[in-house]
Design a protein around this ligand. Sequence first.
Ligand code: ASP
Length: 326
Amino acid sequence: MGGWAIAVHGGAGVDPNLPLERQEQAKVLLTRCLNIGISALRSSLPAIDVVELVVRELESDPLFNSGRGSALTEKGTVEMEASIMDGHGRRCGAVSGVTTVKSPVSLARLVMEKSPHSYLAFSGAEEFARRQGVEMVDNEYFITEENVGMLQLAKEANTILFDYRIPTVGFDKCSAVVENPLQMNGLPISVYAPETVGCVVVDGEGRCAAATSTGGLMNKMSGRIGDSPLIGAGTYACEVCGVSCTGEGEAIIRGTLAREVAAVMEYKGLGLQDSVDYVVKERLDQGKAGLIAVSRNGEVAYGFNCIGMFRGCATQDGFMEVGIWE
Ligand code: ASP
């Protein structure tokens, strides 16, 4: 057993011209979340508790696209989704279309533990949340002024914005832009930098867990479901590893990315980083996404094929880093 390890992400893509101040804010937040996870692991909390704790913290901060600060639908509302999986026993829970639940990841955990199901959505998920007595807030709580402005831009450009902070002109500076015209399932999009959040943990007992939470894509259709709540696509954990993905949900779903990492480890016998590299190369369309992963042996790995990914990791032997670019 290689000790505990933790990784967090705050979305793949990233505006190449992202102001330094914003980059610093992201790094500070990622570091704060890593430290929360590290203390929890030092107190011997199980992996499943740690991923929930860390993602809850990210959801409460408006910087990334989850909980408060979530991307807006075409109607200007917020429809959030999240999932969580405990590799120990392969238990999972997920929610979509959540509009008033303060912490979607905790609701996903309740679906896992307090319902006979693994996935609840829209009015049924909200009703379940009320019955469970979780903290609920007005939809406005999640909406930031900045995101309202970005939705306006997205509408003017008639685009589903990936990085809603990048103006739709001048993005050819971004070397990660590979398609021309940029399209997603036949619809126009801008460049890549959704800022979904996720956390993967292996605890001192070798138990892996993963959680992912998001508002989805700016200007998405109401009712759209991405990869983040889909077990096997955006999130997966089993006996061998835990994985959380971020990027263009439609591409991640096509590649069943998170499960593929585990499958490559299980069936091909590759190590964690090799499996991540293999899946990013073989199963993911160029420029689309990234992922973080831990293995039961206490290894941590990440991979992405877009310009950057907000991320951080730490291991029991004292290693810790946060980064954005390659
Ligand atoms: N994967 C998310 C989605 O498509 C977006 C993200 O990662 O930021 O909803």
